[in-house]
Design a protein around this ligand. Structure first.
Ligand code: AMP
Length: 190
């Protein structure tokens, strides 16, 4: 089983690279942002609850996210493993993920972090906002909030995996294919 955490700030290219990774390594994509957007689109209670946090660029409470991920893991069978995209975003989520995987006889193989300077992130998110229809991609203040939340609440997750010798940083600026090649080398080493 290969279980990879793809890590990085908003706009780092996690979604783009995830698509390529799932195709090559036949992994199941688990993007909490995508799952929340699906609930939002379907108007479920979970979607309504998540919306107020998402629209402001804040994190949805841990227990809500953890239950949603647990549900997805429990309802996936016959997979070669997962690529976690946008999750875990807090140390509490990382600890909960370890427990969930352990219950299924699995563990995280490693975390791959995409490193992108903040000015490049802001430009990418604004560009994506022109077509993404995402409320949280649309204005400078919300984008700044998301980057701040990343620095304050999510960055400690990198340390969590680093302490376990499971952390690898990759330059996230450049050609999509070149970045993907570097990611592939890391995954092949697991
Ligand atoms: P993303 O598509 O990963 O940028 O996620 C969009 C928004 O969904 C975030 O800004 C949060 O409001 C929410 N979200 C996604 N994943 C998580 C998570 N792991 N923990 C808390 N909130 C999340």
């Amino acid at each position: 089983m290969l279980n990879v955490v793809l890590f990085g700030p908003p706009g780092a290219g996690k979604g783009t690279q995830s698509e390529k990774i799932i195709e090559k390594f036949e992994l199941t994509h688990l993007s909490t942002g995508d799952l929340f957007r699906k609930h939002l689109g379907e108007g479920t209670d979970l979607g309504k609850l998540a919306k107020k946090y998402m629209d402001e660029g804040h994190l949805v409470p841990d227990q809500v996210v953890i239950s949603m991920v647990e549900d997805k893991i429990n309802n996936t069978s016959g997979s070669k493993g997962f690529i976690f995209d946008g999750f875990p975003r807090t140390t509490a989520q990382a600890e909960a993920l370890d427990k969930m995987l352990k219950n299924h006889g699995m563990a995280i193989s490693g975390m791959i972090a995409l490193d992108v300077p903040h000015d490049v992130l802001k430009e990418r998110i604004k560009e994506r906002g022109k077509t993404s229809n995402r409320a949280d991609d649309q204005n400078e203040e919300k984008i700044n909030t998301r980057i701040k939340v990343y620095l304050d609440e999510t960055l400690p997750v990198a340390k969590y995996y680093e302490e376990q010798g499971k952390f690898k940083k990759i330059n996230g600026v450049g050609e999509i294919e070149e970045i993907f090649n570097q990611i592939s080398v890391v995954i092949d080493s697991y």
